[in-house]
Design a protein around this ligand. Structure first.
Ligand SMILES: [Cu+2]
Length: 114
């Protein structure tokens, strides 16, 4: 029984080692920069919280019939996005960036870069 358990442990750590060694190459191949969409509709950002990787592009699309902004103090600011227009931003700085609409203070969202 001890021998079997020991063999299992060796097998498990070997598998873990293989998985860790393979991870960096796999991440590069399977994870190129992506483009994400946040729809602004009905005075809401959908999704409200979005998680992306550094280098990813986020596009906010305003589907309301009036302007909104995407404003994260010190991090990014779209300025007014007219009805039917969009604004794109390439995420660079890691962290959680809460943002709001400078025109409608009830509208809040968070962009997480990690
Ligand atoms: Cu707004």
């Amino acid at each position: 029984m001890r021998i079997a358990t020991g063999a299992l442990a060796v097998g498990a750590s070997w598998a873990l080692g293989v998985a860790l060694a393979a991870a960096p190459g796999t991440a590069v191949a399977a994870d190129p920069a992506r483009t994400h969409e946040v729809v602004i509709q009905g005075m809401l950002y959908v999704p409200e919280t979005l998680t992306v990787r550094p280098g990813d592009v986020v596009v906010w699309i305003n589907k309301d019939p009036f302007p909104h902004t995407v404003t994260a103090s010190g991090a990014f600011d779209s300025g007014p996005i007219a009805a039917g227009k969009s604004w794109r931003f390439t995420a660079r700085r890691a962290g959680a960036h809460p943002y709001l609409c400078a025109l409608h203070s009830t509208m809040k969202g968070t962009l997480r870069v990690e």
